[in-house]
Design a binder for this molecule. Structure first.
Ligand code: ARG
Length: 235
């Protein structure tokens, strides 16, 4: 008996915000797959239940609202662990390292934020990338028009149709987009924000947090984590 209480018997309900490939996105058949999905599947297996995924805006995930209201048991959304979010969520051990990156349509010569003066820069609403860019714009008094999009798909669409001169998001997400759409978009610059992703549970849900951490530790030690990493992220 794991002592883990789930909102729906026999199911580990996961909140995420689609799409966020390679961490979670629908495949051709409409099934949600990805790096995070496979890691949470290990947690579900450990609990003897199956994972069910709920797609919901990132705002409700990072604010703790979805976990608090019982919409889901766990949040898995390529979500960066931050001090602010730690106030409202309990995070697992870090499971992925990430940085921010600036993407442009291939052939556009941009290397720094300064060069985007007078232009539009796209970000994803509610994310650490948005926070980072807004802080940079303020600190350096940059004359950039920052435009926030509601999800990653909208941001990538805006970039590829030239509604913005460049776009910022997590580097692994751009790498995945470039793999899926070769030649269209390029990473022009990186920002070493030193982020780490964590899974989150409702504050105080120690039994579930332990199950998540135990599953992660087991996957790290038996090679499963490396296999999943290689499969979704690469070497
Ligand atoms: N890592 C970034 C953050 O925590 C972006 C996460 C966005 N995730 C998503 N599933 N839409 O803010």
């Amino acid at each position: 008996e794991s002592g883990v209480a789930l909102i729906k018997a026999g199911t580990l309900t996961t909140c995420t915000h689609l799409p966020y490939a390679p961490f979670q996105a629908k495949d051709q058949t409409g099934k949600v797959v990805g790096f995070d999905v496979e890691l949470i599947d290990l947690v579900a297996k450990k609990l003897g239940v199956t994972q069910a995924i709920v797609d919901t805006p990132f705002e409700g995930i990072k604010s703790g609202a979805d976990l608090n209201s019982g919409k889901c048991d766990v949040a898995a959304a390529g979500m960066t662990i931050t001090d602010e979010r730690k106030q409202v969520l309990d995070f697992s051990e870090p499971y992925f390292d990430a940085t921010q990156a600036l993407a442009v349509v291939t052939g556009k010569e941009v290397k720094t934020l300064e060069e985007l003066a007078g232009k539009r820069l796209g970000v994803q609403g509610g994310t650490t990338g948005e926070d980072y860019i807004k802080a940079q714009v303020k600190e350096k008094s940059l004359k950039i028009e920052v435009v926030s999009y509601k999800d990653l798909a909208a941001l990538q669409q805006a970039l590829s149709t030239n509604q913005v001169a460049a776009a910022v998001n997590d580097l692994p997400v751009w790498n995945e987009y470039i793999k899926a759409n070769p030649g269209k978009v390029a990473v022009a610059a990186g920002f070493d924000t030193g982020e780490q992703y964590g899974f989150a549970v409702k504050k105080g849900n120690a039994p579930l947090l332990k199950a998540v951490n135990d599953a992660l530790a087991a996957a790290r030690s038996d090679g499963t984590y490396d296999k999943i990493y290689k499969n979704w992220i690469g070497e």
